[in-house]
Every structure is written in structure tokens, then in C-alpha cells.
Design a protein. Structure first.
Length: 69
């Protein structure tokens, strides 16, 4: 696998299927601008969202337990 260069990424943006020029400019700024470090929110946007939190385990109420109220 070869290493990608900035020029490779720029060509990918230019030739990509993103039709909106404003979106391409924002993408360029995010990739090549001053703040090039991605945080978890940025990665979630790229990946299409974040994982759902683990579901809570709810036990059905049987009515046999004493009501504290």
C-alpha cells in the first residue's frame, strides 16, 4: 500500500463525486488548513455517525417486590 500525499488527496477532492463547490472548499480547509488534527466528532462525521451507546438492561417488573413509596 502506498502512502498518500497532499497532492493525491487534492486530486481526489477535485475529481470526486461531491458536486457542491462550497463543500469541496470546506473539505479542503479541514484537510489542508491550520487545524489539521481531527477530534472524535470529526471522525464521527466522516464515518457517518457514532456507535449507539450500550443498551441498558431492564428487567420486567413482576409486582412481587415491595414498593418503596
Amino acid at each position: 500500500m502506498r502512502a498518500w500525499t497532499d497532492k493525491d488527496v487534492e486530486n481526489l477532492i477535485r475529481e470526486g463525486i461531491v458536486p457542491d463547490p462550497a463543500h469541496k472548499n470546506r473539505l479542503r480547509e479541514r484537510l489542508f488548513g491550520e487545524n489539521r488534527e481531527l477530534d472524535l466528532g470529526d471522525l464521527a462525521e466522516v464515518a457517518g455517525g457514532t456507535a449507539l451507546p450500550a443498551s441498558e438492561e431492564w428487567k420486567p417488573w413482576t409486582g412481587s417486590e415491595e414498593d418503596p413509596a
